[in-house]
Design a protein around this ligand. Structure first.
Ligand code: NAP
Ligand code: HSE
Length: 430
């Protein structure tokens, strides 16, 4: 084991700032616990003032160009906290690995798109890649799945993986505030991505689900197999109606494996209020795994923000300082095998549908007829309000095949009394 490890850090924003503070302020406990001095030797950011704002001493070298930092710094380990799937983060990553140095990142977008190549490079050059902070922020989920559950065949891994969306859905439910106002709060708190549409359109959750699925099921990382839906179409009415029916709305990333193959999807869904994850609120994330030996496990913690995310990044640094590390997906690359993908259209489950319709005779009969013709059965139905021109009509459907529900909705939305795109929310009995 080494006595000292030199660290360079690119990106001094929300997370990078937190990491710099942790490396400087927690240096004593890090050194006691790892038996190794972890020394920040170089940083890179577009804005040099971040050095003084973060009280980074002048003994730490500053580089405006992070690629130059790789060439000129003698760091053993380089951290990437700039963000973006491609561009500078990806160039920096390739340069670090090709230079045979260890690499730590929180960048799930880059890993979801280039993770297989990064795993190959790490194996080829015998260096470690840490990405604990890339999934579920401060929750040590990569370590838990890769190491803690090593003896298990995992059949399910799912959860609340985006702090911004969970914060928005929670605050909307608790306060009735509008979507945009709550999103602005989440941005101010440092939870949101540089482009917040990644959060609210489910893309960030999909990046994390692609990583978790690959890790849990031993398959290559493949972002393109995911079906992805966000939370833009969820209205205050859906949230309050869900409450009335005993459900909560959560954006979930869902990975399941059965005899047919693996399904990886992201969608908002209604889950029973009695479910343990229904009460995971605000910026908190939760990941649930089903392993054949351990059974059901649940991991909860803060999923975003400066200090929780920095805590996860520094845990990777500490592991590498202690000489501990595993292949990116916990397997040699030769053992990572492609799997069959089960399409979301094959899902069998319950559904909530909200139609905005004209209030006139025959509306329900016609909708019910189309659903019935597709073999889809209505479990319950409520119509709200008495306006002649515009009323919400909400239905819960019995367990049905998704393809049949979608086929019925395609026909129903063309009816002249249907005034908006129907809102469909899957119900998960988790
Ligand atoms: P951020 O606040 O926008 O920080 C990014 C930093 O990188 C900024 O200081 C930026 O400088 C700097 N930067 C951009 N281009 C650079 C370049 N070419 N060279 C050097 N520095 C450069 O983002 P963040 O929230 O900390 O997120 C960083 C990464 O962590 C992302 O991959 C994100 O997905 C991931 N992550 C974030 C969270 C969270 O809660 N925020 C949680 C988990 C994972 P300027 O500001 O001057 O452009
Ligand atoms: N934008 C992400 C979130 C950051 O809100 O969860 C953590 O990955």
């Amino acid at each position: 084991m080494r006595d000292i490890i030199k660290v360079a850090l690119a990106g001094l924003g929300t997370v990078g700032g937190g990491v710099a503070k942790a490396l400087l302020k927690q240096a004593d406990i890090l050194s006691d616990r790892t038996g190794c001095k972890i020394e920040l030797v170089a940083v890179s950011d577009l804005n040099k003032n971040r050095m003084s704002e973060l009280e980074i001493p002048n003994t730490v070298s500053y580089f405006s160009d992070c690629l130059e930092m790789v060439d000129k710094s003698d760091a053993d380990l380089f951290i990437e906290l700039m963000g973006g799937a491609d561009g500078i983060a990806y160039k920096y990553c390739q340069k670090v690995l090709n230079a045979k140095r260890h690499f730590v990142t929180a960048n799930k977008a880059m890993l979801a798109h280039h993770g297989n190549e990064i795993a190959e490079l790490s194996q080829k050059f015998g260096v470690l890649v840490g990405y604990e902070a890339a999934v579920a922020g401060g929750i040590p989920i990569i370590k838990s799945v890769r190491e803690g559950l090593v003896s298990n065949r995992i059949s399910q891994v799912y959860g609340i993986l985006n702090g911004t969306c969970n914060y928005i859905l929670t605050v909307m439910r608790e306060t009735g505030k509008a979507f945009d106002e709550v999103l602005a709060e989440a941005q101010k708190l440092g939870y949101a991505e540089a482009d917040p549409s990644f959060d609210i359109d489910g893309v960030d959750t999909a990046h994390k689900t692609a990583l978790l699925g690959a890790l849990a099921f031993g398959m290559p990382i493949d972002f393109d197999v995911l079906s992805v839906e966000g939370i833009r179409h969820i209205s205050a009415l859906d949230i309050s109606f869900a409450e009335e029916m005993g459900y909560r709305i959560k954006l979930l990333g869902v990975g399941r494996k059965n005899d047919k193959g693996v399904s990886l999807n992201v969608y908002p869904c209604m889950i029973p209020q009695t479910s343990e994850i229904a009460h995971v609120d605000g910026v908190f994330n939760a990941v649930i795994t089903e392993g054949d030996f351990v059974g059901h496990s649940m991991f909860v913690g803060r999923g975003a923000g400066e200090t929780p995310t920095a805590s996860a990044v520094v845990s990777d640094v500490a592991d590498i300082a202690m000489g501990r590390g595993l292949p990116l997906l916990g397997l040699p690359q030769s053992k990572v095998k492609p799997v069959s993908i089960v399409d979301l259209s094959e899902r069998v489950g319950k559904y909530y549908i909200r139609f905005e319709v004209m209030d006139k005779p025959g509306v329900v009969a016609e909708i019910a007829g189309i659903l019935g013709a597709e073999g889809v059965s209505i479990a319950s139905m409520i119509q709200r309000g008495e306006s002649k021109d515009h009323v919400p009509l909400m239905m819960i459907l019995h367990k049905s095949v998704e393809a049949r529900v979608q086929a019925a909705l395609e026909k129903i939305k063309k009816l002249d009394f249907v005034l908006q795109e129907p809102c469909m929310i899957r119900i998960e009995e988790v």
